[in-house]
Structures are given as structure tokens and as C-alpha cells.
Design a protein around this ligand. Structure first.
Ligand SMILES: [Zn+2]
Ligand SMILES: [Zn+2]
Length: 177
């Protein structure tokens, strides 16, 4: 999504758009592949311009599909995030220093020439929503480390064996104390 800053009227520009599932791939192109996929992405964004600075204030809604770190099945992470960016021209070295980085919820970035490319910013916002540990559900039981059974779907006998071993150790401890 590229916006020519000359097309931003004084009262600002309101954008509502939906990106389809191919959007992610279109960003990566031939460079590589993302380790997640996305449902449709619903984007609303208000764009304003003040002199050379461009202000984006928007929201994203989508669903991230990623591998659950415990059971390796697909985890679906609904995302609803709002974002704010202040963009300044890439070459204006002086104005970079003038920017006060006091407001934590504001993100800063740069645009080249007269074109603001929102795609990398949207991608960044989506990636920010991915938790460090991705789980298909909060209490995902994961795979049995011994036999690989998906313990969300079925039980295996390894676990009960392990519990028995632990109990045996406990019993021994009790006997010796
Ligand atoms: Zn899982
Ligand atoms: Zn097992």
C-alpha cells in the first residue's frame, strides 16, 4: 500500500482496505518465506501530513497462523492491534535529531521521496503481535517427548510410566528419611 504524500489533503486521508492472503507473500517476493501465514487483513488508517512529517494512525485485524511450539499443530492467533507512526523523509538528517522520542506508543520511521509505503509498517505491527511462545491453546499438552503422540488428541502410556517412576522415587525417599 503506497501513498503519494502529495495526495494527502490537509484534512487527512482515511483509508479502509482489506489485504488478501497473498499479501504476505507479495511483501516477501522471492526474498524468502515468512514462518507464519495470515487470514485476510483488515486495515483502517488515518493519514495526515504536517510539513514534511506524515502521521499514520490505524488499526489492523487479522488472524495469524503459526506452528504451536508445543504440539506443532497450527495455532491461530487473532490479532487486533492499533498503531501510530510518525514518518519523516529518509534524507532529512537534521529533522531526525529534532524528533523527541518521549512518547513510547509512537513509532518512528522514514519514507523515501514522496512515497509512503505502509506495507512494511503493517508487517512490523503484525510481527509485534506474535508472542515469544506460540501456543494453539493456553493449556496445550504438547507432544509426548517419548513417543511423539499429540497429547491433545489422545493419551499414551509413557506419561503414566513416568509418574510411576517418580512415585517410586518418592517412596524410596520416605523410607530412608
Ligand atoms: Zn499446541
Ligand atoms: Zn508417549
Amino acid at each position: 500500500m503506497k501513498i503519494n504524500i502529495n495526495n494527502i489533503p490537509e484534512e487527512g486521508l482515511d483509508i479502509q482496505t482489506t489485504k488478501d492472503r497473498n499479501w504476505l507473500q507479495s511483501i516477501f517476493g522471492d526474498v524468502g518465506e515468512s514462518d507464519f501465514t495470515l487470514d485476510e487483513i483488515h486495515i483502517t488508517c488515518n493519514i495526515r501530513k504536517l510539513q514534511q512529517s506524515v502521521f499514520l494512525n490505524g488499526a489492523i485485524e487479522t488472524v495469524i497462523h503459526m506452528t504451536c511450539s508445543r504440539c506443532l499443530e497450527t495455532a491461530m492467533l487473532p490479532v487486533s492491534a492499533s498503531f501510530r507512526y510518525t514518518l519523516v523523509p529518509a534524507k532529512a538528517e537534521e529533522s531526525r535529531e529534532e524528533i523527541e522520542l518521549s512518547e513510547e506508543d509512537l513509532e518512528y520511521g522514514y519514507y523515501e521521496g514522496e512515497i509512503v509505503d505502509c506495507d512494511p509498517l503493517i508487517y512490523e505491527q503484525i510481527v509485534l503481535q506474535i508472542p515469544i511462545k506460540v501456543l494453539c491453546m493456553e493449556d496445550c499438552r504438547g507432544l509426548c517427548p517419548d513417543c511423539g503422540t499429540n497429547l491433545n488428541l489422545e493419551a499414551c502410556n509413557c506419561a503414566s510410566d513416568r509418574v510411576d517412576e517418580r512415585l517410586a522415587v518418592l517412596k524410596k525417599l520416605k523410607l530412608t528419611s
